[in-house]
Design a protein around this ligand. Structure first.
Ligand code: AHR
Length: 635
């Protein structure tokens, strides 16, 4: 294939072409990027997920129960852990030291580093508590710390500690224990709540993000974060949408909520933590506000919608209002006097899906227009985004944008390459979620998702990403979804990163996304031929910040199974100019995937320096399923 890239004439592209989307699915938040190590730390529950002792077990005969006390730690957390001494403990042969332990989120990663812990206790205890990290298999203790009790009979008193293991554990089959001498307990029992333990976090944030996962995301060069969902925003029913004001402030004031993915969530990763995530990775927040639709299809009537519109306005004011405004002052009272920047607000999530057709009609008829009008009136500079796109049978009045979620088979991305040609300048579109989820042969959701991102899926995604870049003046940005899966939670299998308590696996799709997103084009350039050949999909442009020329291509030669020789010449680039070519190929064939169990890596990356020939042309060969980025140096 011979391609000539013109020196000028293309369109400017979005400055936030790629980003991240987060919701608590697959324990992506609790037990995922939210670095808390203790599962069920605050005995939160709901009508859907009853309060329980999940994660906890007794040491040396202590009797554990969850109790609702007349004086709970807070109204948000009515339940707590009662640890009764019991005769077996007092007189047992193992001595009078008793306690309880937590297995974490399917294990705890133990290294020689600072662990920051805290717990609230109520009841009279004279003595010390011992916090420790030990092997759940051998009981070997890796480290412990003694904490002098400050407890009081009728008061909740918080205790804080730092625990530094002396040795690292060989695996993550470990638990955290809190013990005390039952002889020092007056009244037969103590009550505990918000028992928390954090390893070092991303950028050292208190209540922050898990380091390895956050750093893997940072390496993707993301520019925005769409949150808090996905379906997680909608909630399972009308009583339980994601309520921003229940996710802020001290942990003891966060009730948690019934998530939509089969488990209760703590809301430790709340609105402010999302904004810190944006600050620390330099991401534009794309805030999704609840639009009055629940996942069970129920929706709010027009006459009852105003309080929810007011709630969205309050949330926006909390984020970006001056500290003299009511909700800006609430933010300031939590220690954040400076407003955050917020330019993008999405109204709802996939309002075309749950409850359609009636629910969708309600969105088109009054929910979207009323939210939009109210937000635009108060914040005219905010870019409003509708949760459907123009491809979802929705008319979106400019300057509002839409959100498109193509979950597809790889062949679909091939077939839909020209789809964005139809977008006019008035059809601004966010791709708030995309991923190849099924092998070719039928998009059958009942047949389940592919178990992991796989190579040909990644090449399909590359075609799609290239298509979004070609329309980079109309596509606000794109993000893969979901981005995280704890290997012990299996709701949605095709995710960008898989992880367990100690290990993170970068999927085939991660590598493709990273290659494409770390070579940003700021201005597209026209090419001859102007668009794809039968198998080679490409986009070309310049990065005006670095002065480089960039060419990105995906070869999807699934019919002839042939390699494709490529020649690319850039007008104005003369003989001898150097370029870096990064080529990704699948080392295990179309269905190879990066396996979290074996650590197998199915992506091969080759980096070469190419030199322009006497015609100023760079030449290389693209194997039948491959992705490449050529970046030509500025001089
Ligand atoms: O990304 C998984 C789910 O897919 C999201 O929660 C939802 O928006 C979409 O249907």
């Amino acid at each position: 294939v011979d391609i000539t890239v013109q020196a000028s004439g293309g369109n400017k592209t979005s400055r936030i072409p790629y980003g991240l989307m987060h919701e608590d699915i697959n324990n992506a938040g609790d037990g995922g990027i939210y670095a808390e190590l203790i599962r069920n730390r605050a005995f939160q529950g709901s009508s859907r997920y009853p309060v329980s002792l999940a994660g906890w077990s007794s040491i040396n005969g202590a009797a554990l129960s969850v109790k609702k006390l007349a004086e709970p730690l807070s109204s948000a957390l009515p339940s707590s852990l009662n640890v009764a001494v019991g005769n077996s403990a007092k007189n047992g042969s193992a001595g009078s030291v008793i306690g309880f332990k937590n297995d974490g989120f399917w294990g705890i990663d133990v290294r020689v580093q600072n662990y920051t812990g805290s717990f609230y206790v109520r009841g009279s205890y004279n003595g010390t508590f011992t916090a420790s990290l030990s092997s759940a298999l051998t009981n070997e203790t890796f480290g412990s710390v003694s904490i002098q009790s400050k407890s009081k009979k009728d008061e909740w008193v918080q205790h804080e500690f730092t625990l530094v293991p002396e040795t690292a554990a060989a695996n993550s089959n470990n638990s955290f224990a809190l013990q005390f001498d039952s002889k020092g307990v007056e009244g037969g029992s103590l009550d505990f709540n918000v028992i928390s333990l954090f390893p070092p976090t991303y950028k050292g944030r208190k209540n922050g993000l898990r380091l390895d996962i956050a750093e893997a995301f940072e390496a993707l060069n993301p520019k925005f974060l769409r949150f808090p969902g996905g379906n997680a925003l909608e909630g399972p029913d009308l009583a339980n949408p994601w309520k921003w004001d229940e996710t802020i402030g001290e942990l003891k004031n966060r009730p948690g909520r019934p998530g939509v993915w089969g488990y209760q969530t703590s809301d430790g990763l709340g609105l402010v933590e999302y904004l810190h995530w944006c600050d620390d990775m330099k991401l534009e927040p794309i805030l999704a506000v609840w639009s009055g639709l629940a996942l069970d299809g129920a929706y709010i009537n027009e006459s009852s919608l105003q309080p929810w519109i007011d709630d969205a306005l309050a949330e926006i004011e909390f984020i970006r209002g001056a500290s003299s405004t009511p909700y800006g002052s609430l933010r300031a009272s939590l220690g954040y006097p400076e407003p955050w920047k917020l330019q993008y607000v999405e109204i709802g999530n996939e309002d075309w899906l749950a409850g359609a057709p009636a629910g969708y009609d309600s969105y088109r008829q009054y929910r979207f227009p009323l939210f939009k009008e109210a937000i635009e009136q108060k914040y005219p500079d905010i870019q409003i985004i509708a949760s459907p796109s123009v491809f979802d049978n929705m008319t979106i009045p400019s300057p509002a944008a839409g959100d498109y979620h193509p979950y597809r088979q790889p062949n679909d991305y091939y077939a839909e390459f020209a789809k964005f040609d139809k977008l006019t300048p008035d059809n601004l579109t966010l791709v708030g979620e995309f991923a190849a989820v099924h092998p070719n042969g039928g998009l059958d959701w009942d047949a389940g998702l592919h178990p992991f991102p796989w190579w040909i899926g990644g090449v399909g995604e590359a075609i799609f990403m290239i298509a979004t870049e070609r329309a980079g003046d109309r596509i606000i940005g794109s993000t893969y979804a979901p981005i995280l899966r704890n290997m012990n939670r299996w709701q949605w299998s095709v995710c960008m990163l898989e992880f367990d308590a100690s290990k993170t696996t970068l999927s085939t799709s991660y590598h493709v996304f990273k290659l494409i997103s770390t070579h940003p084009i700021t201005s597209n350039l026209p090419t001859t031929p102007s668009t794809n050949t039968s198998s080679l999909f490409f986009v070309a442009g310049r990065n005006e910040d670095t002065g480089t020329h960039i060419f990105k291509a995906a070869n999807y030669n699934t019919t002839q199974h042939e390699d494709t020789p490529v020649k690319v010449g850039f007008e104005g680039v003369e003989e001898g100019r150097k370029a870096q070519l990064t080529l990704l190929t699948g080392s295990e064939g179309p269905f190879g995937y990066n396996d979290p169990k074996t650590g197998n890596n199915a992506v091969k990356e080759t980096i070469d320096v190419l030199v322009a020939n006497e015609e100023g042309v760079f030449e290389w060969v693209m194997p039948e399923l491959s992705v490449a980025v050529l970046e030509v140096s500025g001089n």
